[in-house]
Design a protein. Structure first.
Lengths: 738, 156, 440
């Protein structure tokens, strides 16, 4: 129980825990202290805008309330009861409005603008400024995603503090001094950070706006639908703004334990893919002249026929981006209806982690965090990267054990590295054992979906310590619940058919997987459920249109193991998956509801102790920990490929800003991974390569030209390339100057 | 470039936290780049200090002594703050402007001299103060201007 | 030492080259350090407190009291930071300490470091002081070679042209490699200063007086000056005096003595019009007020501030509206841009003053000028916002007739003959149109 202090705000006495900020303390007393620059998520208050001026008894000068903390016996007067404070606030507003244009009617922020509101409530109502305002060129792009209108900027430094202190990208800055100060990027290069969109929400005026949303909708003609982002497995809580049946923007809906109100640009800006030109809205069937549109009845007839003829020789490939309900319904149809028990499942998170469950926000409170794995955290679960940064700022030690980490571990070496930590006498292991608040994170392939990190946590005794936990960062948003739902949908063991008669591919991730492609080569027929034509047009026999997450009702489970609710924000341009699965299932005498809530009720019985959808609520709770169960032992790690002295091992990683949806949003183009190969300083020197040089990356007859980037942090012997640029390169490559 | 990288590593060691070296590093880079900081100079400093070029720009643009535009080989700075103004600084500034054929803030066409007015240089007791290539000339009278410029031009 | 005219800070600089270690030692240099190191740290600080050494950087806060606020047991190092950013218009006293008696400052640093238990000292020297930096660097090297540092690291840090970096928290930001913008206080530097650690910050002249306090003892030191502010100050006299320069005198010497007896009176035998006693940032005094003794309390009672003891003397040829405008151009140029009232207000004041000076104003503009000053005063994050108001508000108050003559006569009553007519301010070359209209 923290100490309580008692203070008086505008004659109201209130008790708050010591160290409470004065703005929050006043709120507890029912008094609003108006603010612009204050935003506790951005670090220490800066006291810049002076909107929050209050009178404190015993201090002659007005004080910026936002910079103070409540002290026992403090007597505070705001504008409501102090003429001096009121004058202070009026002064600040007058100064702010000196340069702020009064273009509210054409400003995107109009109607939801803190400056507009506060001017209305506290403002002088007129200006004595008779000189021309500072004016600037009309809005300039800070990136293809964000427009900056410098005239409207009130220099609260929220955006630059976000860049500097939260995203820690150092790309959006204030330049010049005094009245010439302005927000800018270096040489007007685009603000290229996967977190860039947050500055739009942080800006208290209409200075930073979304280029996609600009002039598109007015706040009073929109609806807001609370749902969850499925861009990655973090499961950030979002609000979709809808106008005339279309998604107009995505905003954060601040779940303090998951995302703290931050979103990445993938989650915020990929929604236009729903309207992509090559979106499939009707079923397509392969005929003698290629694919052609067919009616739903024809499509279902065809599907029924294929499935019947297959006599169970069916393999289903799931993406891990399905809702739990779709995966379950598909299972009921295919497993229950035609005995198709064989599946290629997305990488599932190990259940063993449930014994070490923590909210993501616990990372920020940790003293010691150890991250292992080949992939950069930001590419797998960007918000987790922000939590790690916050932990570091709060004084935690964050040990990154990876190819670019503070402790360099070559790709594929993470599992062995974990074993090393748990070995007796390991210094890091000892510190982890001694810590009260330590967190382990697995970020990369292999490792049994976090099983290796769970074993480590177990050996370190984490289940006894409520402040210690472990996370796995999976590549797919709902892989864990999809696998569980598939498995719960029937009671039979998996049998791999000798020959594949029908391959059912669900979703883009599965369709893009090289393993699934290989199966498709073997399969006689392929049914694909997908949103876009391009990926599967060449090899699918029957394509059924898929919906996007913003068009779905249902549930999804994030990487913490928290089940969250998706709410349909817009109607899909085609019947949704549950609708046709239900119909098709009926043909095989399997009864499955077309409604997500009913499907959930059915599966919840097996998986979630009869939890009801309503109980999940707007901000889902985290289930409690379960007892530790040892996971399956590690498979023999694939042997490290042999390579000669002049060769490098190729490390591919899947970039966050990639994939079919992203590729369909022109504005996100600049955020996609550069066409580059990263190599260590030593390897670069040996080859006479400097950053920016064009180089050839070659293996077994494949040769790709990429730009070199020398990464001083990268381990030697590695060439790192984003998946989408690595094409058919093999595991061992040569890098030479082009 | 690698040389500047190494020298900046040395500057970093002067401080408990390496960011503190940014001002020294920018000064060094400015000297190396002929008195101003082109974008590539900011990139070099950023690389050597593990910060972004944008960060370096935000610092450099805050302080008066970093130049983000090209400057002349010699820098002539005339203080025009109160004490110098009371002692006739404007006449000195005018004399320079006349001799050089430029306005304050400009560089001569031959790229030899940049003329600037500056705020108080801390020489108020020997006003008017003129600072030439970081060396104080105090006091400097309008009649001294031609001689000083001649001497400067003759200098290598 | 002349009892009537004690010289402490600059002692020996007339006769010796005190930049040389041997000469500084010859005048008793580093003896105080030896004596202090033989004392318990607390005893050193007690002596400084007993001497009521008030900060020479502007605010006049007692150094000993400041040190007593240093947070203890934080597990972090304690830092000593010396403010050698001296950029206040009219001030040039610290420069003489740096270039003429660098060892006195180093000795003061080492004694203070011993007193507060600090192992690292940072001296923030304004970037323009290139020669002074070199002198300090060489002196420091000599002190190091002579084994005087005793395990203390002294880092010389160079500024790069920003008046605001004289403000102590902006200075810390700048020292940390950030834009020099002030931090909100609390937390105050003694609790949360450089790199988040407890930090003592003092002006060059404050610290350079410390060896003399140890040498003389607090009791002797306190006999000099006035009881509320013992000791001497180096007064920087500039502007229209016959013999401008730095003069070390006891605190409590009157402005009249300083101007007429010390600096030879008004140059060319002209009339005194105005005196700015503490650097451009303090309210102006009229000739009727020059019998005020120059010490913190007396000058404050007279409605101004001691500031940095930089006395700018203005004769009757100067237009006060032009003087206010030129001063305000400085504050507009130096405002860091962090807080609203200062960033916006300084520009607005420049616009208004320009309009009045050019004869385009009317009486309501004078009220507005006053109104904008009121709105700024006491509202900004650091004192620069107030400094930017004092010249304008006080010139307007005390020379209102001259302002009225500008608006009533639609032009400057000096008709182009003011002594500072047409003075070009750097703000114009940085953003030529800033004050007027637009920038892109
Ligand atoms: C805008 C501004 C500029 C200042 N400039 C200086 C300066 O150049 N030198 C200085 O010592 N103090 C300056 N100060 C005062 C410092 O903030 C601080 O009070 C002082 O360095 C403390 O040292 P002292 O106690 O020894 O006087 C300035 C304050 C403000 C608000
Ligand atoms: S752009 Fe917006 S967030 Fe950034 S400083 Fe200006 S007003 Fe603040
Ligand atoms: S909200 Fe307190 S100064 Fe901006």
């Amino acid at each position: 129980m923290p100490d309580l202090v008692s203070l008086t705000v505008d004659d109201r006495v209130v008790q708050v825990p010591s160290n409470t900020g004065l703005v929050e303390a006043a709120l507890a007393a029912g008094v609003e202290i108006p603010v612009f620059c204050y935003e506790p998520r951005l670090g220490a208050p800066i006291g810049a805008c002076r909107m929050c001026l209050v009178e404190i008894e015993g201090i002659p000068k007005l004080q910026a309330g936002c910079t103070l903390t409540a002290i026992d016996g403090m007597v505070v007067r705001t504008a409501a009861t102090s003429a001096k404070a009121a004058d202070g606030q009026e002064s600040t507003l007058e100064f702010i409005l000196v340069n702020h244009p009064l273009d509210c009617p054409v400003c995107d922020k109009g109607g939801e603008c803190p400056l507009q509101d506060l001017t209305f409530r506290y403002g002088p109502g007129r200006t004595r400024m008779t000189f021309p305002k500072v004016t600037f060129d009309k809005p300039i792009p800070v990136s293809p995603l964000i427009a900056l209108d410098r005239e409207r900027c009130i220099l609260c430094y929220r955006c630059t503090r976000f860049s500097e202190e939260v995203a820690e990208d150092g790309l959006l800055i204030a330049r010049n001094r005094g009245a010439r100060s302005e927000i800018a990027t270096f040489e007007d290069e685009p603000y290229r950070s996967v977190f860039s969109g947050n500055v739009i929400e942080l800006c208290p005026v209409g200075a930073l706006t979304s280029s996609m949303y600009r002039f598109d909708a007015r706040p009073w003609e929109i609806q807001n639908v609370p749902t969850v982002c499925t861009g990655c497995a973090t499961g950030c809580n979002v609000t979709a703004t809808i106008r005339e049946g279309k998604v107009k923007r995505i905003l954060s809906r601040n779940h303090a334990e998951i995302d703290r109100g931050w979103l990445c640009d993938k989650g915020r800006f990929t929604y236009p893919h729903l309207l992509a030109r090559d979106r499939i809205t009707a079923p397509l069937q392969r005929g003698p002249k290629g694919l052609k549109e067919v009616s739903w009845d024809e499509a279902l007839d065809a599907a029924e026929e294929m499935l019947r003829e297959a006599e169970g020789a069916i393999v289903t490939a799931l993406s891990g981006s399905e809702t739990t309900e779709i995966a379950y319904a598909l299972g009921r149809l295919l497993r229950g209806g035609v005995g198709a028990h064989s599946a290629v499942l997305p990488e599932a998170t190990s259940d063993a982690l449930e014994a070490f469950r923590l909210p993501l926000s616990a990372i920020a409170e940790a003293e010691l965090v150890v991250v292992v794995g080949d992939d950069p955290v930001v590419e797998r679960a960007p918000i987790v990267d922000l939590w790690l940064k916050e932990a570091r700022r709060r004084g935690a030690e964050v040990v990154a054990c990876s190819p670019t980490g503070t402790v360099q571990v070559a790709p594929g070496g993470s599992a062995a590295f974990c074993q090393g930590i748990s070995a007796a006498g390991n210094e890091l292991g000892q510190r982890l054992r001694n810590a009260d608040r330590a967190v382990l994170v697995w970020s990369g392939p292999g490792g049994g979906g976090g099983a290796r990190i769970a074993e480590l946590a177990h050996e370190l005794g984490f289940e006894e310590k409520p402040g210690c936990g472990a996370f796995h960062l999976p590549v797919t948003p709902n892989g864990r619940a999809v696998a569980a739902a598939w498995s719960a949908s029937a009671d039979a063991d998996e049998t791999r058919p000798e020959t594949i008669s029908v391959l059912v591919v669900s979703g883009e991730d599965a369709a893009a997987d090289p393993g699934v492609r290989a199966l498709a080569e073997q399969a006689e027929r392929v049914i694909v459920v997908t949103m876009f034509h391009e990926l599967v047009g060449g090899w699918a026999d029957l394509i059924l249109p898929a919906t996007g997450a913003l068009e779905r009702d249902g549930t999804t489970m994030n990487l913490e193991g928290r089940l969250q609710r998706l709410r349909r924000a817009v109607a899909p341009p085609c019947p949704d998956e549950l609708a046709w699965i239900s119909k098709l299932a009926a043909r095989f005498d399997v009864e499955i509801s077309p409604h997500a809530s009913a499907v959930f009720a059915e599966l919840s019985e097996h998986l979630f102790q009869d939890l009801s959808m309503d109980e999940i609520g707007l901000r889902a709770a985290l289930p409690s920990r379960t007892a530790y169960e040892a996971p399956a032992p590690a498979a023999q790690p694939a042997s490290v490929p042999e390579h000669g002295a002049t060769e490098l091992r190729l490390q591919r990683y899947r970039a966050l800003i990639s994939g079919p949806a992203v590729e369909r949003v022109r504005e996100l183009e600049f955020q996609r991974p550069e066409r580059e190969v990263e190599i260590s300083a030593v390897d670069a020197r040996q080859r006479g390569i400097s950053s920016g040089d064009p180089v050839l990356v070659r293996s077994n007859g494949t040769s790709i030209e990429l730009r070199a980037r020398v990464n001083r942090r990268l381990v030697e012997g590695i060439a790192r390339v984003a998946e989408e640029h690595a094409a058919d390169l093999h595991a061992v490559v040569e890098v030479v100057k082009a | 470039m690698t040389q500047i990288y190494e020298r900046i590593q040395e500057l970093r060691r002067k401080y408990p936290q390496s960011r503190s070296a940014v001002m020294d590093a920018l000064r060094l880079a400015q000297t190396e780049h002929g008195g101003w900081l082109p974008p590539e100079a900011l990139r070099e400093v950023a690389d050597a200090l593990d910060v972004t070029p944008a960060y370096c720009h935000s610092i450099a643009s805050f302080y008066d002594m970093y130049h983000l535009e090209p400057v002349g080989k010699h820098m002539v700075e005339v203080c025009t703050n109160l004490s110098c103004a009371l002692a006739g600084a404007q006449a000195v500034l005018d004399a320079f402007a006349h001799e050089l054929g430029v306005r304050p803030g400009e560089t001569t066409d031959d790229g030899e001299m940049t003329l600037r007015a500056i705020e108080c240089a801390g020489g108020c007791g020997r006003a008017p103060v003129v600072v030439v290539d970081h060396v104080y000339h105090e006091p400097l009278r309008p009649e001294d201007v031609p001689g000083l410029l001649q001497e400067l031009r003759g200098r290598e | 030492m002349d009892a009537n005219n004690p010289i402490l800070l600059m002692a020996g600089t007339q006769e010796h080259d005190l930049t040389r270690l041997d000469e500084y030692r010859a005048v008793g240099g580093y003896k105080a350090l030896e004596r202090a190191r033989a004392l318990e740290p607390q005893a050193v600080m007690d002596e400084i407190s007993a001497a009521t050494l008030r900060g020479r950087g502007g605010a006049g806060f007692p150094m000993g009291r400041k040190a007593s606020l240093l947070a203890k047991g934080t597990g972090k190092p304690t830092y000593l930071v010396i403010n050698a950013d001296e950029s206040e218009p009219g001030a040039f006293k610290d420069r003489d300490v740096l270039r003429m008696t660098p060892h006195r400052l180093i000795e003061g640093c080492l004694i203070t470091a011993h007193g507060i238990g600090s192992k690292s000292v940072f001296i923030y020297i304004r970037g323009e002081y290139a020669h002074e930096f070199d002198v300090m660097r060489d002196a420091l090297e000599d002190a190091r070679t002579a084994g005087l540092l005793g395990g203390v690291t002294i880092v010389l840090h160079r500024g790069a042209g920003a008046y605001i970096c004289g403000e102590e928290t902006a200075l810390l930001e700048s020292l940390e490699g950030q834009r020099g913008q002030p931090r909100p206080r609390p937390p105050f530097p003694p609790v949360n200063g450089l790199y988040g650690a407890p930090t003592q910050i003092n002006n060059v002249s404050t610290i350079a007086l410390v060896p003399k306090i140890i040498e003389l003892g607090a009791a002797e030191f306190s006999k000099i000056g006035v009881p509320s502010a013992p000791g001497t100050a180096v007064f920087s006299l500039s502007g229209n005096v016959a013999e401008p320069g730095n003069y070390e005198r006891q605190l409590g010497t009157t402005l009249r003595e300083l101007i007429y007896d010390v600096a030879g009176g008004i140059a060319g035998g002209r009339e005194l019009k105005a005196v700015i006693p503490g650097g451009s940032s303090v309210p102006v005094l009229t000739p009727a007020e020059i019998d005020t003794p120059m010490d913190y309390d007396s000058i404050q009672a007279a409605g101004s501030f001691f500031g940095s003891a930089a006395i700018i003397v203005v004769d009757d040829r100067c237009c006060m509206v032009q003087l206010a405008l030129r001063a305000e151009q400085f504050y507009m140029h130096e405002s860091c841009g962090k807080c609203t009232p200062c960033r916006v207000g300084t520009r607005w004041l420049v616009q208004l003053l320009t309009k009045i000076e050019e004869g385009r104003g009317d009486r309501s503009d004078l009220d507005l000028l006053e109104g904008v000053c009121d709105r700024m005063l006491g509202k900004s994050l650091c004192a620069l916002g107030d400094f930017a108001v004092y010249p304008v508000a006080s010139y307007l108050e005390k020379y209102r007739g001259e302002f009225e003559a500008h608006v009533d006569g639609h032009g400057c009553p000096f008709g182009g003959a003011s002594s500072i007519e047409g003075t070009f301010a750097p703000s114009d070359q940085h953003a030529p149109n800033l004050a007027e209209t637009v920038h892109a």
